[in-house]
Every structure is written in C-alpha cells, then in structure tokens.
Design a protein around this ligand. Sequence first.
Ligand code: ZN
Length: 262
Amino acid sequence: MPSPRRRRILLWTWVGLFAFLIVAITFLRIGRHKFDAPDPVRGSVMRVHGQVSDFFGAKADGRVLLFDAGADPEGRGLDALLAALKATREDVSDIFFTHGHGDHVAAAPLCPRARLHGGAADAEMMSKRGPVVPSFARFMGLVLPVPAVNLTDAFHGSGDVPVGGGKSVIAVPFPGHTPGSMIYLYDGVLFAGDSMNFEKDKLTFAFAPFSVDTKLNKERIRALPSLFKLEDIKIVCTAHGGCTSESQTRKLLDDLIARAAS
Ligand SMILES: [Zn+2]
C-alpha cells in the first residue's frame, strides 16, 4: 500500500497530465483555424502558414492548384490563400496531397471541382476505410477530426501531370512518413509535406513518432539525385517548417542527402 504522501504525488501527477492534455487539445482545436496572411514563395506559388500546418496554392494557365489542403475543415486559411490568388473554391482544379494525414487534407471537400491527386497507398487512410498510420498519428485524428477524402487520381508510381501552359507537376512516390507519401515539383518548388522538415536552418528527415518507416524515408532522400535534377529544385517547402530560401536550397539539400547516406 503506497504511503499517503506517494498517493498524493501520484494523484497530482495524473491531474497535471490531464490538465496538460486538455490545454494541448484546446490549443490544437482552436489553432487549426488560425493562419497568417498568405505570402509569395516563387512564381505564382503562395504559402499559407497555419498554426497546425502550412499548405500552398499556385496558378497555372487559368487553373488553380493546391498542394495539400491544411487542417481546417471550414477552410479559413484556404479562402485567404484563394483570395490572394484571386480565385474561388470553385476554381480549384487540382489538389496534390503530400500524404493522407488529417492536418494536410481537411479543406479538400470544400473545392467541388478539384481532381484529388495522392499516393494510392494512402487512399484508404484518407477515405477512412483504413486506419490512420502510424498508430501514434491516430491520436491527432481524434483531436482534429476531418472529413473523408476520396482520391480521384491515385498515383501508383511517378507521374507527370500537365497543368496547362506547357507546365506540369512532377509527382514522385516518397514512402516513409506514410506508405503513400508523395513529393511534387512545380515551378521550381519542391513540396515535401512531412517527408522533410526545415528546422533551425537545416533540412531534416521525417519526424519519427509520426512516420511509418524512417529508414525508407532516408533511403528516398538519399535517392533524390536520381529522382530529380537537383538544379531544378529552387526552393523546398515543408508542411511544418516553412520553405528554404532560394540561395540556400542547394546547399541544404546536398547536406541532407549527405546525412542520409552516412
Ligand atoms: Zn504527416
């Protein structure tokens, strides 16, 4: 039988943990509606920085593209991004998902005409016919519930999606963070989602607790020079750490690839 003092300590530890959980959940639930004013990245690409995650929009010969769709099912950040692109929800022609976690897909159902592109291996998770993986990420799904998203155009391998004006989105499977993670290159911007992070002026690997296979993620990063012409990547944009600056990108990428190989 623990002493009354130990019992008191145990009780207060649980109370403290419970209070922390409530504060964290409240922060996330309110935070997912919060965003900063959209800012330009490169060419027509704009970024909206949300308190939970970032996503991106671009124009291509009259079409409106999104790269991920944020964490807010009510689409406050989406509307701000589209206003900055002088477009509406109806104008969105394509959404390219970097992966199927809820904090990157929430506003997609608000764009009624969009074709929804993403890795086939994440399709079940996004449509809610399959579980959220890894299991640690399931907690986020409970805290921030999002609607089901059904891919119209699932990638089973690499893809080159023409978007008008002679331009295309290059899509490359990048399993590791999730089984169906993809990265996309458009107009010199590499949209990495959670497959890379940008922290303290350094590109880093996928965040382990929320990733299914960090070894595979590293392997894909090591293979980057065979997947893209590195000189075509002018900027890397991540979903939680912002974008690299054009002058630093190549150095940061080389450094990341070297660490993946070591
Ligand atoms: Zn994720």
